[in-house]
Design a protein. Structure first.
Length: 155
């Protein structure tokens, strides 16, 4: 039974360590990509959260609200064949919101990747500890089996 536990610990430890190494490679690739484009990500975030961009977004949002709430203007534009103008305003407003959300998600990706990197380190450490525990248990079992053979009385 002890040999089984030793082998089990070794197997689980090796599996966890290999998983940690594979995931660590992926996380490292993502970190290097984020480092490469860090300036662009920061500039994009700064632009989408700048006063001028938010002012433009607010003006567009108020225009869309005015257009959707004022049925007379909407019907007049549709009668003149300019109904697509209202749809275009709605699309632009939605686009602004999507761009702002995207920039925030991209900006927050760094902290998420840093957390993942920390967990990968813990995963590797756990794998190494399980391998060490399995190895030590195997050595202990080996020495116990050797000493039990030596202590048997000779006939």
């Amino acid at each position: 039974m002890k040999k089984f536990v030793s082998g089990f610990l070794l197997g689980i430890g090796i599996g966890i360590l290999v998983s940690g190494l594979l995931v660590g490679t992926i996380v490292t690739d993502v970190q290097s990509t984020l480092t490469t484009y860090e300036t662009h990500i920061d500039n994009f975030y700064s632009f989408t959260h700048s006063y001028s961009f938010q002012t433009l977004q607010n003006v567009m949002s108020q225009t869309v609200t005015f257009y959707t709430n004022n049925t007379t203007i909407r019907e007049t534009l549709e009668t003149l064949g300019m109904g697509q103008l209202g749809q275009m305003l709605l699309d632009i407003d939605d686009g602004f919101q999507v761009v702002t959300g995207f920039s925030e998600d991209l900006y927050n990706t760094r902290s998420t990747v840093e957390k993942a990197s920390t967990w990968v380190t813990y995963l590797k450490a756990a794998g190494i500890l399980l391998i060490a525990a399995g190895g030590l248990l195997g050595i202990l079992i080996y020495y116990q089996s050797r000493t039990s053979k030596v202590e048997q009385p000779l006939k």
